[in-house]
Design a protein around this ligand. Structure first.
Ligand SMILES: *Cc1c(COP(=O)(O)O)cnc(C)c1O
Length: 392
């Protein structure tokens, strides 16, 4: 076997930056606008087209996108919102930003996604009088496997809930509905709102950055206003008009803008999104092939679902030892995620170990292996070799 030794650590995920990315950023730095110029809108148009939604609003981070969605959905004190414990904390935090209550529900045994049957049972077992406190659900396309949004839409309509899809892991993922129609993650066809992140480990990088996609014009407009201080210049909305400088603030907003410099990077990145996705899928196929019939467990993708592979998760005995072994060999695998209900902040609301047995069992064994388009075949074979060496 050729003895390849990595010269620097191979992380679980990382960005790809090309000469054209650098040129676009430099060109923007030399232009008239570092922020509030034309680039964010150009990026928005390209992103909406890629995702397949009517509208996209880009902003400073995925967490900012979640916050503005929670505001647009009018989350407030006393409202209950359901989400999964196997996600990044931001999926839950957006509910708390608005004073709502986070209700965790366990994941599915085979997909790692929020278990729709358990959510249905939770709602059905809640006395009718208390059921109206449940306002919405935040399903997460964990690792890049999209949720069955048709099923979620049916459940949400039955119980009068809204759906905010956390699609940070799944740009380019899709599934076929019962009629055989393809829905891309976050395309606005079924969920009310969806959010994405442009953090460097995600599919499209702008350093920090995020987006909301939707087909609902009223949500889109509100989110765009909240992104810039709640300010509007739209003549149709202004109560007065004193001249060209005039604007009005009608609601409390934030500065969650994405800069032109970041958007310029995003515009270049999106041109490679499809090839990056194909590369991720090829890497996944190689891992699956290499681990078939070994003690390294990989869950299969349900039929009709097209995975986007933000993460490649294995489940393994002696996970801590495996993590340390890989690290000694310059492979920086990672764990996604520490169940959110076990974070001390959420334990403060009464959540505890034992509440989400499937998620907790999953957490004890999961490990995310390197998965990013720039991972070379040589590096991947090295990773596979070390994992197999560990399991013996
Ligand atoms: C990355 C991520 C976020 C937050 O994105 P930021 O841009 O880092 O704020 C939210 N949810 C999930 C599932 C993520 O992976």
């Amino acid at each position: 076997m050729p003895s390849f030794i990595p010269t620097k650590p191979i992380s679980y995920g990382r960005q790809t930056i090309t000469e054209s990315d650098i040129a676009a950023v430099v060109e923007t730095l030399q232009s008239d606008y570092l922020t509030q110029g034309p680039k964010p809108q150009e990026f928005e148009t390209a992103f909406a087209e890629y995702i397949g939604s009517k509208y996209a609003s880009v902003m400073s981070s995925g967490a900012a996108a979640l916050h503005l969605c929670a505001l647009a959905l009018d989350v407030k004190q006393g409202d209950k919102v359901i989400t999964t414990p196997i996600t990044f904390t931001a999926s839950a935090n957006c509910v708390r930003y608005c004073g709502g209550e986070v209700v965790f529900s366990d994941i599915d045994e085979t997909t790692y996604l929020l278990d729709i049957h358990k959510v249905r049972a939770l709602l059905e077992h809640t006395p009718k009088a208390e059921r109206s406190a449940y306002k919405g659900v935040v399903p997460v396309d964990f690792a890049g496997l999209p949720v069955d949004m048709q099923a979620w839409r049916e459940l949400a309509d039955e119980f009068g809930l809204w759906i905010l899809e956390d699609s940070c892991h799944s740009p380019g993922a899709s599934f076929l509905d019962k009629q055989g129609v393809e829905h891309r993650a976050g395309d606005g066809s079924l969920a009310d709102l969806a959010i994405f992140s442009f953090h460097p480990v995600k599919h499209i990088a702008t350093a920090e950055g995020g987006a909301v996609t939707t087909n609902r014009q009223e949500y889109y407009e509100k989110i765009c206003r909240l992104r810039t201080h709640g300010i509007t210049r739209d003549p149709a909305i202004l109560q007065e008009n004193h001249g060209g400088w005039y604007y009005e603030m009608h609601e409390l907003g934030y500065n969650y803008r994405l800069t032109d410099v970041q958007a310029a990077l995003g515009i270049e990145q999106i041109k490679r999104a499809e090839t990056g996705l194909q590369r991720r899928r090829a890497i996944a196929r190689r891992y699956e092939e290499a681990f078939a019939g070994t003690p390294v467990m990989v869950r299969s993708v349900p039929e009709g679902f097209h995975h986007a592979y933000h993460l490649f998760v294995i489940e393994i005995e002696k996970r801590l030892e495996c993590y340390n072994f890989l690290r000694e060999h310059k492979i920086f695998a990672q764990v996604h995620y520490i169940p959110v209900h076990l974070q001390p902040y959420y334990c403060g609301f009464g959540w505890k170990r034992g509440d989400m047995p499937v998620a907790e069992r999953y957490y004890d064994h999961c490990l995310s292996l390197p998965m990013f388009p720039a991972l070379t075949d040589e590096e991947q074979e090295y990773v596979i070799g070390k994992v197999l060496e560990f399991v013996g």
